[in-house]
Design a protein around this ligand. Structure first.
Ligand code: ADP
Ligand code: MG
Length: 638
């Protein structure tokens, strides 16, 4: 059999192969085109999308423009005005430098590039269809450059299959433009999608003002500026105080020399700075700009240019942690911040070059300070009999940080004005949850009368500290001591109730609809969550800048429901599950609330029926149990 000879690939095919890396979806086209506009010194960039940017994506700017005789080069591979020598490659100051964006895009779509260079008498255009120039000549354009892309991937249907829905692609485009707009508050940007103006940002804004167009006011309030410089590197931006942390992970944005990046090292350094000040599942907000000499960072790691490589990772890591320390260490957990600052003084005040970047030891609040148990190893409870699962109650008993514990306690006992009425009447009436086997009457438990639960040989002994329900399993002579956190258990029960109501589509109609104003960021959030909100029972109607609330979830009083809706739209919770979690937490009985026996029994029965009963929706344990052997060890009998 004869071997095929080696041949050079045709230009169009080469461009299409390159396009595989540069042009993944409409948002990557948008990013490349807008970067070109910014490289050309534009003061204004306007973006128009149709069909999520697949049908049509248009970027126009008022930058330097391209001379007519260079238009053909602009769409030729490895042709760039931004790089001359290999030395330039290691000191890149522009977004572009590879000279492959335009030809790549033009190889998988239909591109019309129209431009007028400064001082040129007239504009010119060139049209490229799937890699082949189809027309060129003079054009009408006042100034700058206009790139219109149509029918992305029309000639490569295999690539088309990887795209998501129009709405999703449009949203990605919006996010990509937002990220670039945040780095350049001096430049005016606008985005129109499907004929609707999504945002219009004036030029010359402050960073905070620009951010205010994307993040809700409540989030902005929690932000503080930071800026620190060391060895020619600067880390500056806005960071959220730990007290304002949220369940949302997507408000940590990093930029290196003005370029949006996704970088694990920066992410780790930021998390490190907040370590011990956030609950698990909480994330800080961060808008970080790292500026360093171009030769300190390699942006030529991947054609998409989202990844970077630092020459001295240790230095970058320590700078970042040090820069964030004044914000990350302040707020609700101030005492631990003081010790943090003290222990960081050496490592932080003069971040050493080359310091190992995973050496956070000195800054960690000391573990074990909070536990008053005689010996942690000895008390560590085992699983709850048949319920015990990996990472269960034992994980809590191992609970690492005092700060974390305190924060959780605060969270579990919010100030009284935030109390939400119980979904049942304290003191006797039949609780709202299902499966209640309780008799009427709210008599306090007599010490001599343990009450049997319907299953698993469990008996309820009483309440301790107004918060914990004490159970025994297996009778008086042997068995197991079980402690249930009433708030956490109730959260789990309510969450399950809401899951069921979701399938039932229950709602509580409001006699008088409530009208709320909508911040643009909230309106976007509403688009995203409208289905989920409807499922938990909200009936909402939108009217120019306002939201009419016609119905609320059945488990909540109307006023509270609307308050929670506000919080959800302000993005203090993330997605539908968090929405349920939030609602269940708000309506659950609090720690410190006395429960009558039948209330406790009804709660326990309902809780026993709930799936995933070992953990509350936040992931905290609901139950801690001690087997006979654990007790023996505690009393040093063994
Ligand atoms: P790169 O940006 O890596 O140089 P591109 O393929 O994105 O490669 O663009 C090729 C060239 O076309 C650029 O180097 C620049 O000279 C020119 N160009 C592209 N877009 C614009 C624009 N919006 N304004 C001015 N010049 C542009
Ligand atoms: Mg470019």
């Amino acid at each position: 059999m004869t071997r095929p000879a080696i041949t050079l690939l045709p230009e169009t095919l080469r461009n299409q192969i390159a396009a595989g890396e540069v042009v993944e979806r409409p948002s990557s086209v948008l990013k490349e085109l807008v970067e070109n506009s910014l490289d050309a010194g534009a003061a204004r960039v306007d973006v128009v999308l149709e069909g999520g940017g697949v049908t049509r994506l248009l970027v126009s700017d008022d930058g330097d423009g391209i001379p007519a005789d260079e238009l053909a080069l602009a769409v030729t591979r490895h042709a760039t005005s931004k790089l001359k020598t290999v030395a330039d490659l290691f000191a890149v100051t522009s977004f572009g430098f590879r000279g492959e964006a335009l030809p790549s895009i033009a190889s998988v779509s239909h591109v019309t590039l129209t431009s007028r260079a400064r001082e040129a008498a007239e504009a010119a255009f060139i049209e490229v269809e799937h890699g082949a120039v189809t027309a060129e000549g003079p054009a009408a354009l006042a100034a700058g450059t206009r790139v219109e892309m149509r029918r992305l991937f029309a000639s490569t249907p295999a690539r088309l299959k990887f795209l998501r829905t129009e709405a999703t692609e449009a949203k990605r485009c919006q996010e990509a433009l937002m990220r670039m707009a945040l780095a350049r508050p001096d430049v005016a940007f606008s985005l129109t999608s499907g004929g609707r103006e999504i945002f219009r940002l004036p030029g010359g804004q402050s960073l905070a003002a620009r951010l205010g167009q994307f993040w809700p006011p409540q989030v902005l309030e929690g932000l503080a500026e930071f800026s620190r410089e060391k060895d020619g590197m600067t880390a500056r931006g806005l960071a959220g105080r730990p007290s304002h942390a949220q369940n949302k992970a997507d408000r940590m944005l990093f930029y290196v020399n003005g370029r949006p990046v996704q970088d694990r090292l920066l992410m780790r350094a930021a998390r490190e700075a907040y370590k011990g000040r956030l609950l698990s599942g909480e994330h800080p907000q961060l808008l970080l700009f790292l500026e360093l000499p171009p030769q300190e960072v390699d942006v030529n790691v991947h054609p998409s240019k989202m990844e970077v490589r630092f020459r001295d990772e240790g230095a970058v890591f320590s700078l970042l942690r040090w820069a964030l320390e004044p914000v990350a260490g302040s707020g609700g957990l101030a005492e631990s911040a003081a010790s943090y600052a003290a222990s960081c003084a050496d490592a932080g005040a003069s971040p050493e070059r080359g310091q190992a970047f995973d050496a956070p030891e000195p800054c960690r609040p000391s573990a074990g300070g909070w536990t008053s148990a005689p010996s942690r190893a000895a008390v560590e409870p085992s699983g709850f009999g048949g319920f015990g699962g990996p990472g269960g109650p034992g994980a809590w008993a191992r609970g690492e940080k005092p700060a974390q514990l305190r924060a959780y306690e605060d969270f579990r006992s919010p100030p009284p004005e935030r109390e939400v009425p119980l979904p049942f009447t304290p003191g006797g009436a039949q609780p709202a949850w299902s499966g209640a086997a309780a008799s009427a009457g709210g008599s306090p438990l007599s010490a001599a009368a343990p009450r049997s639960l319907s299953r698993e040989g469990l008996e309820y002994l009483g309440q301790v500290a107004g918060t914990y329900l004490i159970l025994r399993q297996g009778g008086a002579a042997s068995g197991r001591l079980i402690i249930v956190d009433q708030h956490a258990a109730h959260e789990r029960v309510i969450l399950e109730g809401m899951r069921r109501a979701r399938s039932a589509g229950d709602t509580q109609p409001l006699a008088v609809p409530l009208s709320l104003s909508l911040h643009p960021a909230e309106a976007l959030r509403l688009d995203e969550l409208s289905e989920g909100l409807r499922e938990v029972g909200f009936v909402l109607e939108r009217e120019a800048g306002r939201l009419q609330v016609m119905g609320v979830p059945p488990s909540l009083p109307a006023g509270k429901a609307v308050e929670h809706l506000r919080e959800i739209l302000d993005e203090q919770s993330d997605g539908l599950t968090s929405l349920w979690t939030l609602l269940s937490c708000k309506s659950a009985i609090k720690a410190g609330q006395a429960l009558a026996v039948d209330e406790a029994l009804a709660l326990l029965e309902a809780w026993l029926d709930a799936p995933e009963r070992e953990h509350c929706p936040h992931g905290r344990p609901v139950v801690v149990s001690f087997a006979e052997g654990d007790l023996e060890r505690l009393f040093k009998r063994k």
